[in-house]
Design a protein around this ligand. Sequence first.
Ligand SMILES: [Zn+2]
Length: 493
Amino acid sequence: MKYNVTIGMEIHAELKTGSKMFCSCKNGLGLEKTPNVNICPVCTAQPGTLPVPNRKAIEAVQRVGLALGCTLRLQSKFDRKNYFYPDIPKGYQISQYDEPFCEHGVMEIEDDGIKKSFRITRIHLEEDTGKSMHPTGEHFTLVDFNRAGVPLMELVTEADFTNGKDVRLFCQKLRQTLRYLEVSDADMEKGQMRCEVNISLYKEGSDRLSGTKSEIKNINSFRSVERSIEYEILRQTGVLEAGGTLVQETRGWDEAKGITVSQRKKESAHDYRYFPEPDIPPFSFTEEYVEKLRSTLPELPDAKFKRFVSEYGLPEADVVTLTEDHHLANYFEAVASELGEKVESKEITVPLERALKLASNYILTELRKYFAENGEDITTIKITPENYAEFIGIVADGKINSSAAQTVLAEMYKGGDNDPSHIIERLNLAQMSDSSELEAIVDTVLVSNEKSVLDFRSGKQNAFQFLIGQIMKETRGKANPKVVADILTEKLK
Ligand SMILES: [Zn+2]
């Protein structure tokens, strides 16, 4: 029996506004180390308090909607979603039911050169809950309300997905977009972005929504998104092929074991008894407001990718990495503009395209290596784009060789003196390209390596490389290898 797969998703992302959704408590990670310090009567639902919606949070979710091709509803409202759980102090959550801020979007992903589109049903805004804590060995539960009332967007997709990889790519692209918009850091490991996956199988030829779905929760990395789906497809297939019946249930992802585990059976859909939030009047927005908001959107990932490829002539694989993070992309753009001026003014003699490729290479290899080693990223780098461009110019023009280049960049990365020319002077790293100076050194090396000279003349090619090596050693690696090779060839004739 052949089964096909249907997957839909609900993704929550915490918005990084200055304050919480309905009160003036601060919003932000790092404020939350001690439990219940970042709370007030509103977010702990004391009697008589009233919620005041956070305008920035509403704008943020609407900008996300516009970036993902959604239609913004001109009429919208908040609703109460009623359910009891210790971490929601009000006994209900303020959310949105039938009039979400954004509807009918789409996101395109690319998998090995193939473009695929996935529909977004809606994006709405709600408040996050507190956190229940279960101290080990104790028979009670503690509740921390620091997170209660943090603005949370929820994106719901259509059940368009058929495999784990597409879902992972979608989530990664969403994180990238949220970061470009600077509305959320969307770090899954920190719980700022949380995915719930609905997955069901159906027999080939039958209705694609006819299967029994399970919902996977507790997924906290992109890798787990993909793995948990792959596991769940295998598990459901196994049950069906053995003649068993699936039950609608919520399953948790056990990262260590690499399996999903049943958490609770779901008999029917919850009745949350949604009703319009009586304490917050409904919203109405104008077309002008929407267009004004649209004009605040930055260049988005796809557009930036296309422009980098065409404007800078870089390989697509390089551009994928350069534009993955908008801070890195902006840094590269600042460097590119500096390089453009240097080529224009003949300060650099190589063509701009070559300088750009070199700039990209050193970022993708050396700088990223440093970032990984030091747990840093482009936002904390001490090298200014001006100094980095100067460094690239020096390397491009062959004023230092590649091993010296690595030393200079390492010095620049450390901070202190960032000026590459100063570092080269201080460490005496300038490449020797002066022929007369080098000729003298070549002569000395030839005299003290007579055997290798004879070997070369009797046809042993590797004697040539040996001699080059000796000359480089003599100059402590500073000789221009090209000039040395030319002089040596001439002398050996
Ligand atoms: Zn508060």
